[in-house]
Design a protein around this ligand. Structure first.
Ligand code: SF4
Length: 330
């Protein structure tokens, strides 16, 4: 039995065949660091104003509603949190919780104990953007995003009994030998969820070649075999939809990363559905067919204590814009 077969068998021993698309819900595109060498932020040097580089509540909540109705899980809430006041953030997290009926993962920079305590009623855990476990390489590719504040946030999570997740980007210059570091890190910090992204090289950055699906699958398979019950998410950009059957066979639970609203029902997303099938999984999320939903009724039924009428009206406008976009590939 080869590595992938062993990983697939391990997966099937612990999980059913259902697979979901998980969408990262972006709050803002502000970043206070801006110098990770693989990130498009590192080439866009214009100083952002955190208060302006953010989405409206209605846009975020319309997207949440679509995600809920199309069976997309929220991978995490993401973005630089300096864009919102703590009160605004708390409101957003509470509103998302009210729509999804699920506690959320936060990927909004490092957080102190007071902040985590405030968000805790609506929060499952915190995701640390580790990016690479080759620690020497990490100093070069994430010069300002140091490890210590992330580890400190993990410590607060332990004290507050919140879960911990990490994100890893494959293709930054690490090799499979670095897997030992990942294994140790997951064990030491009791990580319960890992997202593996395959690098999407941005023009203008020093990166040219994305990792192969074979290489990415090897990381996932080794992780699955070592940690049979870990929640693993795999993400490859829209030009690599052919990676997904391999990543799922290697033991990923769910998939992420696609621009599912902009590309809804496109040939790429249709291909994702066949890839999931090819991996022997049952795809529970909708990426190609809009269900027949009375959206006005859905919005009207939102809790009035959280969603005042004015906000409901704004959500309706945004939602209709998104739905129009989603019908573009019909
Ligand atoms: S922290 Fe790094 S990876 Fe994240 S947005 Fe900023 S520059 Fe990009």
């Amino acid at each position: 039995m080869n590595l992938i077969q062993k990983a697939n068998q391990t997966y099937l021993k612990h999980f059913n065949k259902e697979t979901y698309f998980e969408r990262a819900l972006f709050f803002s595109w502000y970043c206070g660091l801006g110098d990770c060498t693989f990130c498009y932020m590192s080439i866009n040097q214009t100083k952002q104003d955190p208060k302006k580089a953010k989405r409206t509540f209605s846009s975020i909540l319309a997207e949440t509603l679509i995600s809920k109705e199309l069976n997309w899980k929220i991978e995490f809430i993401s973005g630089g949190y300096q864009s919102y006041t703590k009160k605004e953030l708390l409101f957003l997290i509470k509103a998302i919780h009210s729509i999804t009926k699920e506690k959320q993962w936060l990927n909004i920079g490092t957080l102190n104990k007071k902040e985590l305590t405030m968000f805790k009623p609506f929060t499952k855990g915190y995701a640390g953007t580790i990016e690479t476990v080759n620690w020497e390489l990490r100093k070069k590719v994430c010069p300002s995003k140091t490890l210590q504040p992330i580890l400190k946030t993990f410590q607060h999570c332990d004290e507050l009994k919140l879960k911990k997740a990490i994100t890893i980007i494959l293709g930054l210059g690490e090799t499979i030998k670095d897997f030992q570091n990942l294994k140790q890190f997951i064990k030491q910090h009791k990580i319960s969820k890992v997202t593996f992204y395959t690098l999407n090289p941005h023009p203008g950055t020093p990166f040219k070649n994305p990792p192969t699906k074979k290489y990415a699958s090897k990381w996932i398979a080794k992780t699955r075999i070592e940690f049979p019950k870990l929640h693993i998410i795999a993400g490859a950009w829209i030009d690599k939809t052919d990676y997904y059957s391999a990543l799922l066979k290697a033991g990923a639970n769910n998939i992420t990363k696609m621009p599912s609203i902009r590309k809804f029902n496109s040939k790429e997303l249709k291909n994702i559905e066949s890839e999931v099938k090819k991996a022997g999984r049952i795809f529970k999320s909708k990426l190609t067919k809009l269900p027949d939903i009375n959206w006005d009724k859905k919005i009207l039924s939102l809790n009035p204590k959280i969603f005042p009428n004015e906000l409901k009206k704004e959500i309706t406008i945004k939602l209709n814009k998104y739905l129009k976009q989603m019908k573009k590939h019909n």
